[in-house]
Write a protein that binds this ligand. Structure first.
Ligand code: 8YV
Length: 329
């Protein structure tokens, strides 16, 4: 056997996971809670065969060219819009993500945001904390109904399906979805979900949850024109990626009462949040935590590490997003 491969853990993760990586590799870590600048990442990647990322740093042609020893980039995320997959294929570098382990946890949070926004949970809590609750009132924080309404889901992958099952089976909702591909009849039956075109989905949904991957085609998939199709009583939830929604247009629709409320876990240009969103009361804002339970974040880190170990010791990644024809040796 040759020397142990070297890997880079580009963000602070769990010590236990790093220890496991150290049993196989020479490991360099980033123990600060800040992301390295791209040039710094490239500098640290010199001589490394693998990298563990948290889904924000770009793996593009420039990085791949500047890091000729890199063979695998393991995201601890299910979304991998930080990967230029075509460039990785061309360079012979494998990318991996962490599907399945976060599906149910993330779906739970989609429902949490929908319920919180519809039932004005955070808005009313701020009112209470501010000492403004002095009496019962018949329409105090009267919100939108959730159970028994029509749930729209845009993007019907694993998480979309898990949300559909919660809506249909738990809340007695009628579920409509739009996806590039229709699901198999058996999956549709299990989710009790019906495929419709995008405009019908926007028009008919009482509430709409976004769970599509972020691709160039999905940039501002929900902008002013799409918001105008939605019911003014609707709640919009985004647990997918910032950039799928035009945040300025959404803030304006919320301000003008053209949409009842929104629940947002992801933002264009996060961790910055569009200042207009901070000004409207009828939006629940959370800092990209839909997958953040103790158990799920551990499972994500472990799966990312398992991908590095499996690929660099046995040549076979567990959950690859691409299959380069000529992998780097
Ligand atoms: C993570 C995510 O919060 O999986 C994804 O696509 O966006 C999230 O689960 C995050 O990027 C942690 O690595």
């Amino acid at each position: 056997a040759g020397p142990r491969p070297a890997v880079l853990v580009a963000r602070r993760i769990f010590a236990q996971t790093v220890e496991r990586l150290r049993t196989h590799f020479d490991v360099e870590t980033n123990d600060a809670d800040d992301e390295w600048a791209q040039e710094e990442l490239i500098r640290r990647l010199q001589g490394k065969a693998g990298v563990l990322l948290t889904g924000t740093q770009r793996v593009d042609a420039a990085l791949l060219q500047a890091c000729p020893t890199l063979r695998i980039a393991a995201n601890m995320t299910v979304g991998y819009n930080n990967f230029d997959v075509a460039a990785m294929d061309a360079a012979g570098v494998v990318g991996t993500n962490t599907p399945d382990v976060l599906t149910e946890t993330t779906a739970d949070f989609g429902l949490a945001l929908l319920l919180a926004a519809a039932r004005r949970v955070t808005e009313s809590e701020h009112y209470l904390r501010a000492g403004r609750w002095t009496r019962w009132s018949i329409d105090l924080f009267a919100g939108a109904e959730v159970h028994g309404t029509t749930l729209g889901i845009l993007g019907m992958g694993r998480i979309g399906q898990a949300i559909a099952r919660r809506g249909a089976h738990g809340f007695g909702m009628r579920v409509l979805y739009h996806n590039r591909h229709r699901l198999d009849a058996a999956v549709e039956a299990d989710c009790r979900a019906t495929w419709v075109d995008k405009a019908t989905l926007l028009r008919e949904a009482d509430h709409l949850v976004l769970v599509v991957p972020y691709t160039p085609q999905n940039h501002h998939l929900i902008g002013a024109a799409e918001l105008a199709l939605m019911k003014p009583t609707a709640v919009l939830v985004n647990i997918a990626r910032g950039g799928i929604v035009d945040d300025a247009a959404l803030a304006e629709a919320l301000r003008a009462g053209r949409l009842a409320a929104a629940g947002l876990d992801v933002f264009e240009g996060e961790p910055r949040v569009h200042p207009a969103l901070l000004q409207v009361p009828n939006v629940v804002l959370t800092p990209h935590i839909a997958s953040a339970t103790v158990r799920t974040r551990r499972a994500m880190a472990e799966l990312a590490a398992d991908n590095l170990i499996a690929y660099l010791t046995e040549g076979r990644a567990l959950t690859p997003v691409n299959q380069p024809r000529h992998p780097r040796a």
